[in-house]
Design a protein around this ligand. Structure first.
Ligand SMILES: [Mg+2]
Length: 167
């Protein structure tokens, strides 16, 4: 799906109380980047940092980050960066490594949570998310599709609200 279609999907699945607009997705974004970082940490501890077998888990966490990013931007009334309006911007080959990029997403997500009106944090945050996707051998477009499939399945099974990675 396109970024605009994914935004529609996020709106359909955003079920948090409106009085917590902005703060809820801010905390969600910071939390999900933390889940992503924690999964990579465990790969370092248990699997010598070789993420290949764990790519699907990491992609799912990146999808959670993307969902909250879109929800936050929507709550802020911010359009996506112009270059993201119609299609997903692709990372250029190269650019740090997976761990550096996850830490950068964490930095921008925290900055956004603290200062949502920061003019650059939002744009750089999503570009660094695309770089995380790139280092997982995928794209944010595919991450959005995966995330939508996961949440639609939860919606159909009536478990959209609740906790646990593998609902
Ligand atoms: Mg998660």
């Amino acid at each position: 799906m396109s970024p605009a279609e994914y935004l529609e999907f996020v709106r359909e699945t955003a079920i948090y109380p409106r009085q917590y607009a902005v703060i809820y997705p801010s905390l969600g974004l910071v939390g999900e980047v933390g889940e992503l970082a924690n999964k990579v940490k465990k790969v370092i501890r248990d699997n010598h940092g070789d993420v290949r077998r764990f790519r699907n888990d990491l992609k799912a966490e990146l999808g959670d980050c993307l969902w909250y990013y879109f929800a936050l931007m929507d709550d802020l009334g911010k359009a996506l960066p112009a270059e993201w309006a119609d299609e997903w911007v692709r990372a250029l080959p190269g650019g740090d490594n997976l761990i550096d990029k996850i830490i950068m997403v964490s930095h921008w997500a925290s900055l956004l949570a603290y200062e949502p009106s920061d003019p650059d944090a939002a744009d750089i945050c999503i570009m660094d998310m695309e770089y995380v996707a790139y280092h997982l051998n995928t794209t944010l477009g595919d991450i959005a599709d995966l995330n939508a499939a996961k949440l639609r399945s939860r919606q159909e099974r009536g478990v959209l609200q609740g906790s646990g990675d593998n609902r």
